[in-house]
Design a protein around this ligand. Sequence first.
Ligand code: ATP
Length: 262
Amino acid sequence: MSLLDIKGLGITFGGLRAVHDVSFSVEPGQIVSVIGPNGAGKTTLFNMISGVYQPGAGQVILNGTDVTGMEPNRLAERGMSRTFQNLQIFQNMTVLENAASGFHLKERGPVLADLLGLPSSRKRVRAAHEGAMRLLERVGLDRAAEREAGNLSYGALKRLEIARALALDPTVLLLDEPAAGCNAVETEEIDHLIAEVAASGVAILLVEHDMKMVMRISNHIVVLDHGEKIAEDDPATVSRDPAVIAAYLGTEAEAEAAHADG
Ligand SMILES: Nc1ncnc2c1ncn2[C@@H]1O[C@H](COP(=O)(O)OP(=O)(O)OP(=O)(O)O)[C@@H](O)[C@H]1O
């Protein structure tokens, strides 16, 4: 049994088969990437796995339990957390407060106690801050703890978002374009962080356009085209696969034709 089993997942939007019959699995400590040309269905697949969309068909099995269509917060309680393509950072809060907010997502503490500032609430806040500080050390942001998040570089913001997802102590971490908008140095820092998280036993599922990064850090790659899985294998094998090459070249040819028409 794998930590995350995706079985025959599919969804249709008004007649368009955005994802059809996609299956694969992710083991503890493994980095699995989903790639494919624009519009291949990567984000839609991610949204089905993380409970944002209800799948039209298939199952998501997390640690042996069927969690298909379960809401994101319930998935988080069961050990699946995710980051978003568009950063979900509170720009006006400090880096530490942002990381600590990840701990508050996990618990449904008594709201009244928090509002009244009771000792139980102060204890919880202190524990969240201590945990957040440890996470900031892990992602290399401890020295920026008191800075306003809005002043961080893009790469640092991406690492902060990963820190916040780690506050949920996930067994499965879904990363939606963790290197998007980052320069080469920032991408390398994110590479190291992802590798370190995987080495701690977390199963990582990644959607990323930066093909060099994908080839560098993935153990296994799933390739989508027009919503269907056309290949899955290790990076070297996938990059030689004629169907994969044709899918990417096909998209380029389509774009060129559209450009010529325009
Ligand atoms: N909410 C939606 N309603 C209708 N169609 C959608 C919706 N979301 C995605 N689609 C369509 O489903 C298909 C797959 O889109 P998706 O965004 O999942 O692809 P992608 O591989 O993530 O693309 P990109 O690399 O450009 O981000 C596309 O044809 C897209 O237009």
